[in-house]
Design a protein around this ligand. Structure first.
Ligand SMILES: *Cc1c(COP(=O)(O)O)cnc(C)c1O
Length: 369
């Protein structure tokens, strides 16, 4: 890869393939694999990533909202797409683009039935989400009778799967809670099957669930963060490869005398002589203000350089005192060689947030195709 000449987010498709193959080794060959590509495929590029995943023959993809699924269909993606959190106002779009909604409450079930009826649908594939402890979205166990009543002699819908979501799959201290969620899910599935006389397929595991509770893989698993190279645990991070690497360059270097300040509101003041570099990357690109004032560091020619002062809209300043470098040199913000998890941890957040924050202004460049 030639050195970058501007801020770019490099997307390594060979790393994506490696991660997919690695996660697959954790599950049974016959278990279906749903790749989560919501939020621009965790801040990368949903179309580029979905095309690669389709080549890898994932069984399903998932997005959060209907518009995200529409973009994929318009780009020619044919794989079934589960929409995790479609709003009833978009159900017409869901049907128009052959997206499969998650229905998670009596209201969403009623509304989808209404739309499917108006659109004269038969056996339209939907997925029912049950709440087993996350208490975010989902039917409760005691909604099963209501669901059964709604579905009696109902031709419009076909329940393809029932699913749930773990609240703390990456947290070993919550193992008992997670196992109880899995048990409740099994109980719900049994009741559902015996009452409705149908056997939809089942899924509950996200990336950390796959690593920590493979016995609960049922017929499908749903992986997001792992595909992008992060496993919420050092031993899995070590097996995965970052797909996204955010690179930028040094625009200008300054020599700062003691008592001089750097940046807005003079948030950084040099106590001793400092050399600083200004980079073309700011909060409008996704580097929030929480990364400023020494909380996170970037890599300059292999050396860690902390972000100093306040993050600006289009710029950050870093301390390069003692680092050999010149204007125009490449800087790695996070990714290969400088984990997004570590970058995020400095600002007390997680890989998911920094990855999905990288704005559309940053040019995407594909490698490893
Ligand atoms: C985002 C999401 C996932 C993916 O989780 P990862 O931890 O990124 O693997 C899976 N299931 C649901 C319901 C989600 O919202």
């Amino acid at each position: 890869m030639p050195r970058t000449k501007e801020t770019t987010l490099e997307l390594d498709l060979a790393a994506l393939e490696h991660n997919y193959n690695y996660i697959r080794t954790k599950i049974h060959p016959s278990t279906m694999f749903l790749a989560v590509v919501k939020a621009f495929a965790y801040g990368t590029d949903s179309v580029i990533i979905a095309k690669k995943l389709e080549k890898l023959r994932v069984d399903y993809m998932a997005v959060a909202y209907a518009h995200e699924g529409k973009v994929l269909r318009e780009a020619g993606i044919k794989t079934p797409i589960l929409v995790l959190h479609a709003q009833p106002s978009n159900y017409t779009m869901v049907i128009k683009y052959c997206l499969e909604p998650s229905l998670y409450s009596p209201r969403t079930l009623r509304e989808f039935i209404k739309t499917a009826k108006t659109q004269k649908q038969k056996d339209y594939p939907v997925h029912l989400k049950f709440n087993t402890g996350l208490n975010r979205l989902g039917f409760w166990e005691n909604d099963i009778n209501y669901i059964a009543d709604q579905l009696v002699d109902r031709e419009e819908l076909k329940i393809k799967s029932i699913f749930s979501h773990l609240a703390a799959s990456e947290d070993k201290s919550e193992e008992e809670f997670s196992k109880n969620q899995i048990k409740s899910f099994e109980k719900i599935a049994e009741e559902f099957t015996s009452l409705l006389k149908i056997s939809p397929f089942m899924h509950i595991l996200n990336t950390s669930g796959i690593f920590n509770y493979p016995e609960a893989q049922f017929q499908m698993v749903r992986s997001g963060i792992g595909l992008y190279g992060y496993g919420n645990e050092a031993r899995y991070d070590a097996k995965l490869l970052p797909v996204a690497t955010l690179k930028t360059i040094i625009s200008q270097i300054h020599n700062i005398e003691p008592n001089e300040s750097v940046g807005y509101n003079r948030a950084f003041t040099a106590e001793v002589y400092k050399k600083t570099a200004t980079l073309p990357l700011g909060h409008a690109d996704g580097i929030g203000r929480q990364y400023g004032n020494g909380k996170a560091s970037v890599l300059v020619n292999g050396k860690e350089a902390p972000i100093i002062g306040n993050v600006c809209m289009d710029m950050i300043m870093i301390d390069i005192t003692g680092i050999e470098c010149k204007e125009g040199d490449e800087v790695i913000v996070f990714g290969k060689g400088h984990s997004a998890e570590a970058f995020a941890a400095g600002a007390k957040t997680i890989s998911y947030e920094i990855l999905s924050a990288i704005s559309q202004r940053v040019k995407r460049v594909i490698t490893g195709a």
